[in-house]
Design a protein around this ligand. Structure first.
Ligand SMILES: *Cc1c(COP(=O)(O)O)cnc(C)c1O
Length: 360
């Protein structure tokens, strides 16, 4: 069977080269005589895998030495609780900017542990933009300020980070990690579930400034303390070993593509092909304010629900799958993570042009 163009928002498309490499190494990794899945997480071979993965991510994202890199479990959603449990430790309050469902969920979870203030929200315009925020909007006494860097469902992203002064900025970059360059030093903590841009679901990357660790709330479970994982080099317990191995192969692949800057350039080109078409089409329309458009997730609509349904069905038959928009938004959404080749977007746009001609 032929591989399709998979526009899924997550879990999503992975680089074919990496899948093929993993297939070759599936039964016997190197000269180990066993699969990575069958290896002790305390073995020398796995030690080399996890260390290399961390070193490559540090190199790719230019992560300074005073930040720890952790490979955890529990997905992005567990971070919604870990962040407040570990960081809401001085004044027991935090500022959140609500730019979509994931930010909303994060804020709701944090409310269980302390005072959460919604600094700004774009809920009133169905999250079609990043709301305006000024430095003075943030509480200097907040323990941290929280943003979702790329909004997977609504298709927006922060192109300019908010100025939060001395308040550590926490960023959820589950759906944009390694897709564009980012200045780590602007953040106290960044996290990302793997299943959008890094590898199979099951491993979650956390990048945390060292000084923010070690003051978790009293009741915080051991497994949810950042410092415990940092002290143990993400080997406090059995980590998601296969996920870490696979993600490491994706890091090597990104390096081979020229690193994050090259990835960003390619992603900008890909996104421009789709957005330029949406801007000139007489039938299709993008749903997001232009300046805040995501490079990774592009939602768009047709004039009627019938046309949306017809498009999704015909696209699928033509090999463009998972274009249905999120259940809360409707319409379509094309997710074009790092692994989506430019050719996939070009062919999708050709297909959209054809659909448009047929429905004029
Ligand atoms: C997918 C996603 C999440 C949730 O991730 P899980 O790993 O399913 O918990 C959180 N934030 C963003 C921005 C996402 O795209």
């Amino acid at each position: 069977m032929q591989r399709v163009y998979n526009f899924s928002a997550g879990p999503s498309m992975l680089p074919l080269e990496v899948l093929e490499q993993a297939q070759k190494e599936f039964i016997c990794y190197g000269s180990c005589g066993m699969s990575v899945m069958e290896m002790s997480h305390r073995s020398k071979a796995f030690g080399a895998i996890i260390d290399k993965a961390q070193a490559d991510l540090r190199e790719l994202m230019h992560i300074p030495d005073h930040y720890k890199v952790l490979f955890l479990q529990g997905g992005g959603s567990t971070q919604f609780a870990m962040v407040p449990m570990n960081l809401m430790n001085k004044n027991n309050k935090a500022d959140y900017v609500v730019t979509g469902q994931w930010a909303k969920k994060a804020a709701e979870e944090a409310q269980r542990y302390g005072d959460v203030r919604i600094v700004a929200s774009s809920a009133d315009t169905t999250f079609d933009r990043i709301p305006e925020v000024n430095a003075t909007d943030f509480d200097p006494a907040a323990d941290y300020a929280y943003i979702t860097i790329n909004n997977t469902i609504y298709g927006t992203r922060w192109t300019e980070l908010p100025d939060t002064g001395n308040v550590p900025l926490v960023g959820d970059m589950s759906s944009s990690i390694l897709s564009e360059e980012i200045d780590i030093t602007k953040f106290g903590l960044l996290f990302a579930g793997a299943q959008k841009n890094l590898g199979p679901a099951g491993v979650t990357v956390v990048i945390i400034r060292e000084d923010l660790m070690g003051n978790a709330m009293e009741f915080t479970p051991t497994m949810l303390k950042y410092d415990v994982h940092a002290k143990n080099n993400s080997l406090y317990n059995t980590p998601p070993t296969y996920g870490i191995y696979f993600m490491g192969r994706v890091f090597e692949w990104v390096k081979k593509q020229g690193g994050v800057a090259a990835m960003q350039k390619k992603n900008e080109e890909k996104a421009a092909i789709l957005y330029d078409f949406l801007d000139t089409s007489s039938l299709f329309r993008g749903t997001v304010v232009k300046k805040d458009r995501s490079l990774m997730n592009a939602p768009f609509i047709l004039p009627t629900d019938e046309l949306n349904a017809a498009f999704i069905k015909e696209a699928e038959e033509a090999g463009f799958v998972n274009l249905k928009g999120h259940r809360t938004v409707g319409g379509m959404r094309a997710s074009m993570y790092n692994a989506m080749p430019k050719e996939g977007i070009e062919k999708l746009v050709q297909f959209m042009e054809k659909f448009e001609r047929a429905h004029q």
